[in-house]
Design a protein around this ligand. Structure first.
Ligand SMILES: Nc1ncnc2c1ncn2[C@@H]1O[C@H](COP(=O)(O)OP(=O)(O)OP(=O)(O)O)[C@@H](O)[C@H]1O
Ligand SMILES: [Mg+2]
Length: 388
């Protein structure tokens, strides 16, 4: 089935309910996007190399093909009205093939910048945004020089394909740089100063096709082993920091001309400086609270933006704490969901993944309360109760 191209070739035409959205990536972000889109009467076609993916389970059509199978990718594109993604590591040739056929939002230019740390940092520093000191390295010698330059501790990160701390190495002392570089096995990498932060925070900013910007409340994020553990909203921050984060987010989203969402992670240093850690042009784990606690979820907002519709309110309806459910929690059996749900202000989300591996994001829950400290206390108590 080919979609009617006249419906999609005007840059500003709205793509209305009933249309088909093409989604690249079948993970949990795609699942929650698909659920929001289906609620509003859209159809979803998902492309992911793996079958029975979290998004595939709730979409109208699944394509299990590799991202670089251009013949299948083009067939997939022709059946859609607009294409978006939940996953950044899409090959360049695939993006070009898709863009030749249908609008891709956010566009390939944004994706190419954000899918590679070197390009992302170059963009941010060229625009004058504050970020940790860094160097690009491509050999044991340049690695050694970068470490000498930046000082200990610092962190080596791959330029491509990093997520949840994968492809990162903290460096605290003089090492055998050749062995480290060979072990790292990447053509390019970034070395960055280790930031002594007081808090990690993030924000999701949406930008519509007409340039309208809306920010969600800032989230305070607690990481464990480089993976998001839980998020507290509103973040416990001075008002002027909140305002500065919002202003930075709007400015970066505008500078990138994103149509869709841009999630931005920051470090707040002990001296009160705000540094950009990284960008993601898609919904973000730290924005999951928006599903249960905001007027418009981040997923519905992504849909509205990529379809050229007006953006919804990002107002927070209740303080909230979001806790990730990692596979580790399954080590002595399935967590006690009945116990979790005996808390009437708990909202459980499971992603339909059958294998609970260590560090794998299986689901999350949110606890709502008028008082964020009560929400936090209940959220963490429940986590220990459900794995007893
Ligand atoms: N320069 C740094 N100083 C201090 N902590 C850091 C630094 N870089 C990374 N970290 C820690 O590691 C976590 C993951 O790092 P980062 O966000 O760069 O990587 P990622 O693997 O791409 O993760 P994500 O899943 O968020 O995309 C950070 O949230 C932070 O807790
Ligand atoms: Mg990160």
């Amino acid at each position: 089935m080919m979609t009617d191209v006249s419906q999609v070739n005007s840059q500003y035409a709205s793509i209305l309910p009933g249309s088909i959205i093409g989604l690249l990536g079948g993970g949990q972000l795609g699942r929650m996007f698909a659920l929001a889109a289906r609620r509003m009467g859209y159809r979803i076609h998902v492309l992911d190399p793996v079958s029975d993916s979290p998004a595939g389970q709730v979409c109208d059509q699944e394509y299990h093909v590799p991202y670089d199978d251009l013949v299948s990718v083009e067939k997939f594109a022709c059946e859609t009205h607009v294409i978006t993604f939940e996953f950044e590591n899409i090959p360049s040739a695939t993006l070009s093939a898709l863009e030749a056929l249908r609008p891709v939002r956010p566009d390939a230019r944004v994706l190419r910048i954000c899918q590679n740390r070197e390009r992302e940092k170059a963009f941010l520093s060229a625009q004058g945004y504050p970020l940790p000191a860094y160097r690009v390295v491509d050999s044991p010698v340049s690695l050694r020089n970068a470490v000498l330059d930046l000082g200990f501790p610092c962190v080596l990160k791959t330029a491509d394909f990093g997520y949840d701390g994968k492809g990162q190495l903290k460096i605290e002392k003089d090492e055998d740089w050749k062995t480290i570089w060979l072990k790292f096995n990447a053509p390019h990498a970034v070395v960055e100063t280790w930031v002594d932060f007081q808090q990690e925070i993030s924000i999701v900013c949406a930008r519509g096709i007409d340039g309208t910007l809306k920010t969600y409340p800032v989230s305070e994020n607690i990481q464990n082993h480089h993976i998001l553990d839980y998020s507290i909203v509103p973040a416990r921050l001075d008002h002027h920091i909140q305002l500065e984060v919002e202003m930075l987010a709007r400015s970066i989203t505008e500078a990138l001309k994103v149509v869709g969402l841009l999630a931005i992670e920051f470090f707040l240093t002990r001296e009160g400086q705000i540094l950009v850690n990284e960008l993601a042009p898609r919904p973000h784990n730290s924005g999951h609270f928006t599903v249960d606690a905001c007027v418009t979820s981040q997923f519905e907002q992504q849909l509205r933006a990529v379809c050229g519709l007006p953006l919804g309110s990002t107002a927070l309806l209740s303080p909230v704490v979001m806790v990730n459910l990692l596979g580790d929690l399954w080590k002595s059996g399935t967590p006690d969901w009945k116990r979790l749900l005996s808390e009437p202000f708990a909202r459980l989300h499971l992603y339909g993944k059958s294998q609970p591996r260590k560090g794998r994001k299986m689901g999350h829950y949110c606890i709502l309360s008028d008082d964020v400290e009560i929400a936090l206390d209940k959220a963490l108590t429940l986590r220990s109760l459900i794995q007893e």
